[in-house]
Design a protein around this ligand. Structure first.
Ligand SMILES: [Cu+2]
Length: 91
């Protein structure tokens, strides 16, 4: 492979990366029933295990779960299901 092709490939890869980032959605969910760090970890692990989820933040006092996910890979309802399967209510 010559140098021009190498550079072109790198540029293409960066373009792909950018379009992937564009698809990322950030949603704040109101979740009832989380009371301690065990709950926080349960929710984080369950949602974080879903393919397409990039980041999960839990605010115990605010009763919110902030999820950053790739809408092309995982749906919001799948995220909600994962939280509810752990025993918490998504409002
Ligand atoms: Cu708990």
């Amino acid at each position: 492979m010559n140098l021009t092709n190498k550079i072109k490939k790198t540029i293409d890869r960066n373009k792909e990366k950018k379009s992937e980032e564009k698809k990322m959605e950030k949603t704040v969910l109101n979740v009832e029933g989380m009371s301690c760090s065990h709950c926080v970890n349960a929710v984080k692990n369950a949602v974080g295990a879903l393919d397409g989820v990039a980041e999960v933040e839990v605010n115990l006092e605010g009763k919110t779960v902030t999820v950053t996910y790739d809408a092309g890979k995982v749906s919001l309802s799948a995220v909600k299901d994962a939280i509810e399967e752990e025993g918490y209510d998504v409002l």
